[in-house]
Structures are given as structure tokens and as C-alpha cells.
Design a protein around this ligand. Structure first.
Ligand SMILES: *Cc1c(COP(=O)(O)O)cnc(C)c1O
Length: 466
């Protein structure tokens, strides 16, 4: 399987290449040159497989010759063995129509673990084949950071530098990053928003002074391997609810458009998905883009769902590429316009392509709190603020009552105890595996939201390549 850049001019790479590269050298994102597909019979035959075996079936066409199926199965068994639930991503019923897909049973209690536990092992495997050292530079709105750090802490041949917006992640989220004291882990709190942090990371990828000395790579969802790993749970959930004979809809709390793009990939592969509901908070650029084609970034409003406080959704570019006729040169120009003015119009092809599968809904603070209360009072479930936004959208989307709607539970409620307590009056407790988080020592540096300061810090501490 070969991968091409959404901006058309970076070289095509195989799976190993795109995993280690992260962002393409022309500033685009890698997507498979074509979508592999399954027939309904092939999908039906996946019913009942253990999660790691299902993962191999879904991922093998994307991995191609980069790993044998045996090796891939070994890595999946290790990665998903770190989860505290044997089903890995268990499905819980709310009512006749609505279901909850719990994606938070991994080591850092958010769905990011599903992909990053595998990605850490893929890095180690691929780096072991070369005389190569990787410098991971990432920006986090809260959950990617801890999941990535857990996945690579103490691993050889990798350093990780993680930028988070100072004061805009929860105490649990911050501590899950800053209490990891392994020598290859560098946490940086910056003055600014997540979008500022993400912009600096993107700039570093294009900074030849940095890329000449260090092999810089990404763990943000611009890394294709993450999206690939997330496709698996769409299949797992739909198979349990009657696919391929029965259609299923999904509601996905969305920030960078990574998780919900994985749902789009599942549909492209033949999974019968009725609708993908893009759930946003008041940072609603995606809701506006899908509604009337207006993709324009406002300023970020901090909310109780910080992992969705994003105005520029990196992975949206993948959808625009695929729906817009896969014209890299045209998209490169469209994206240059967006980067200059922070606004663009979707083309008709992009709008129509997106409208065929996606619906969107926006939840404000009241909608979110009401969804938390409904889940608690009517279904006995405590859900986190992000999941609540997904549930609000699921119930507001007007899906045919005969179609099951699965809301993706992206974080454990104990990651956001204050917001949960405000909504339902009781405080979720941390699972035993992270119970001593508030007793552990923290280590991080604070830097201004200034590219040169960040680059100098990375250059001083990273291990040069070769
Ligand atoms: C990262 C995250 C999201 C958003 O996921 P994207 O893939 O960026 O759309 C939603 N909820 C939680 C809890 C997250 O950590």
C-alpha cells in the first residue's frame, strides 16, 4: 500500500515511511492511494473475533509489506493488553436507540490510548530496523500528550517533546503528562492556545535547520497510523449491533477531525454507516463548514471539554482531499489561502461529498450539562464533558429510530471531575491504576508562545539523528 500527500508534491511512501514521517514534506497529510474494501461476507466473517484479531484484519491492507501479519498481531496483543477491559472498547446501552462505545479503558483514560499504544510499538519496531533516532514533537489539547508519553516513555531511540497550553488542560490531564519522569520525556507549558502550539509544531516540520539535525516526527492525529488504528472500533461496535446486515450511526465528539475521519475510512472500506454525526462544542468551525461551507477560524473559547477547544481541524484536509477529487495541487492552493486568511469556502464537490455521510451538531455548556444529567438520571451512566457533547448531538440528530446510534465515549469522567460534579452533583473517582496521581512529583518547563524559544529548547535537549 502506498500513501500520497493531500498537497500532491511530497513523495509517495509505504506504511513504515508514513508512520515515521507524520506530516508530509509538502505540508500535506498522507492518505492511502486507494481505499481497501471488504465485501459484506468478509465483514460478516469478522463477527466475534477478539479485538486484536479484528484489528489485524482491518489494518493489514493498510500496513501492506511493512509488517508480517504475525508481527502485527503480536504488537496488537501487547498494545490492547494494556487496557483494563477484556473487550478493549466495550459497548454499553443507554436506551432502545442509543449506545455508548467506551474507548477510555487504556492507561491514560482517553481514546487516544487506542491508537498510541500501538503507535509507540510501531515506532520501536521500525526504528529497530534503522540506525535512526526519532524526536517526537507534539501539541496537545490535553489527552494526546499523556497517551503519547505513556506510549513512548523509557523507549529507546525516541525523545518526546510535548507542548500544552498553560492553564488550559485539567489538573488530571496535566499530571498524567508531567509526572512521567523518564529521561526521554520533555513537557512544555506554553503561553497560548492549543492552536498556537499546533502551529509551532507544524512550523518545526518545515524548519530545515531543525529537520536537518533531528528526525522530527508527529504523534498528533496527522499521523496516519493513528487514524488507521481507530478504524477498528467502528467495525467492532457495528458488528455487535448487527452489521453488515444492519446500518449503524455514530456520534463523535470532534476536535481535530481525526476520530470521525476514522469513521469515514470505515465507511469507505464497506462498513454500512448510516451517518457520522460531528459533535462540536462552541468552537464550532466544523459545524459551520459542514452546514454552509464556511471554514473560517474564530478565536478559541476555553470550555469544559478542552480536548475539543480547537478551531483549525488538521484532519479535515484529508476529507477535503478525498471528497474534492483528490487534486493535490488544487488543495495545496486552497490550504495556502486558508493559512493566509484563516478562512476559506468549501468547493461544491467538497460540500456534497461531505454531506453524503456527515451531519453536525453543536453543544453549548447547557446542552452538555443536560446530556450528562440525562445519562446519569435515566441510564445510570456517568459520562465526561466530551462524551456528553457527543450524546447531545446523537439525540439531536434526528436519526431514524430503527437505526442504532453509537456515541463514542472519548474520555473517562474522572479526567474532568469538576465539570462532572457541576452537572450531576457527584464526583467520579479515579480508577485504581492512576489513583496516586496527585501524590507524584511533576516536571515541566514553561516557555513563551514563541517559535524560536521552543525550537531552541528542543535543539538543546534532543538527540541528533545518525
Ligand atoms: C482528542 C479528543 C477529542 C477529539 O478527537 P479528534 O480526533 O481530535 O477529533 C475528543 N474527546 C476527547 C476526550 C479527546 O481526548
Amino acid at each position: 500500500m502506498l500513501y500520497v500527500s493531500t498537497r500532491g508534491s511530497a513523495p509517495a511512501l509505504d506504511f513504515e515511511g508514513v508512520t515515521l514521517a507524520g506530516l508530509a514534506s509538502d505540508g500535506g497529510l498522507y492518505v492511502p492511494a486507494e481505499w481497501p474494501g471488504f465485501t459484506p461476507d468478509e465483514i460478516a466473517a469478522m463477527k466475534g473475533l477478539p479485538y486484536a484479531e479484528l484489528a489485524v484484519k482491518i489494518m493489514a491492507p493498510f500496513v501492506g509489506d511493512s509488517l508480517s501479519e504475525d508481527k502485527l498481531l503480536g504488537l496488537c496483543r501487547e498494545a490492547y493488553g494494556t487496557f483494563a477491559h477484556d473487550a478493549v472498547t466495550p459497548l454499553v446501552q443507554f436506551d432502545e436507540q442509543h449506545w455508548l462505545l467506551e474507548l477510555f479503558h487504556g492507561p491514560t483514560l482517553a481514546f487516544k490510548d487506542v491508537a498510541l499504544q500501538l503507535l509507540g510499538r510501531l515506532f520501536e519496531t521500525f526504528l529497530g530496523r534503522h540506525d535512526d533516532h526519532l524526536t517526537i514533537v507534539g501539541a496537545t489539547s490535553g489527552d494526546t500528550g499523556s497517551a503519547a508519553i505513556d506510549a513512548v516513555a523509557g523507549r529507546e531511540k525516541v525523545d518526546i517533546f510535548m507542548l500544552h497550553p498553560k492553564g488550559r488542560v485539567s489538573d488530571v490531564q496535566r499530571r498524567q503528562m508531567t509526572t512521567v519522569l523518564a529521561p526521554n520525556v520533555y513537557n512544555i507549558a506554553i503561553d497560548g492556545s492549543f492552536d498556537d502550539a499546533q502551529a509551532m509544531v507544524k512550523r518545526m516540520f518545515g524548519d530545515t535547520a531543525m529537520t536537518g539535525r533531528f528526525h522530527i516526527s508527529a504523534v498528533n492525529s496527522i499521523n496516519w497510523a493513528r487514524l488507521m488504528a481507530q478504524v477498528v472500533y467502528y467495525f467492532a461496535a457495528a458488528l455487535q449491533l448487527g452489521a453488515p446486515q444492519r446500518k449503524v450511526a455514530f456520534s463523535v465528539p470532534t476536535g481535530n477531525f481525526g476520530d470521525v475521519f476514522a469513521g469515514y475510512v470505515a465507511a469507505k472500506m464497506g462498513l454500512p454507516i448510516e451517518r457520522l454525526i460531528v459533535a462540536t462544542n462552541v468552537n464550532d468551525i466544523l459545524h459551520r463548514a459542514l452546514g454552509d461551507g464556511d471554514y473560517s477560524a474564530g478565536t478559541v473559547t476555553p470550555t469544559a471539554a478542552p480536548s475539543m477547544d480547537i478551531q483549525v481541524s488538521s484532519n479535515f484536509e484529508r476529507l477535503l482531499f478525498d471528497c474534492g477529487g483528490r487534486d493535490g495541487a488544487a488543495l495545496a492552493e486552497q490550504m495556502r489561502g486558508f493559512e493566509a486568511s484563516k478562512a476559506m469556502r468549501l468547493t461544491n464537490a467538497q460540500r456534497e461529498g461531505a454531506a453524503a455521510l456527515f451531519t453536525s451538531a453543536r453543544a453549548d455548556a447547557d446542552d452538555m450539562a443536560q446530556a450528562m444529567r440525562w445519562a446519569h438520571e435515566h441510564c445510570g451512566e456517568t459520562i465526561d464533558p466530551h462524551t456528553a457533547i457527543g450524546l447531545h448531538a446523537a439525540r439531536a440528530a434526528g436519526i431514524d429510530p430503527a437505526i442504532p446510534v453509537v456515541t463514542l465515549a472519548t474520555a473517562h469522567p474522572a479526567k474532568f471531575p469538576d465539570a462532572v460534579e457541576r452537572a450531576i452533583g457527584s464526583r467520579p473517582s479515579l480508577p485504581a491504576r492512576v489513583g496516586d496521581l496527585f501524590e507524584r512529583e511533576e516536571r515541566y518547563v514553561e516557555l513563551p508562545g514563541d517559535y524560536d524559544a521552543i525550537a531552541a529548547y528542543v535543539a538543546e535537549h534532543a538527540t541528533p539523528n545518525g
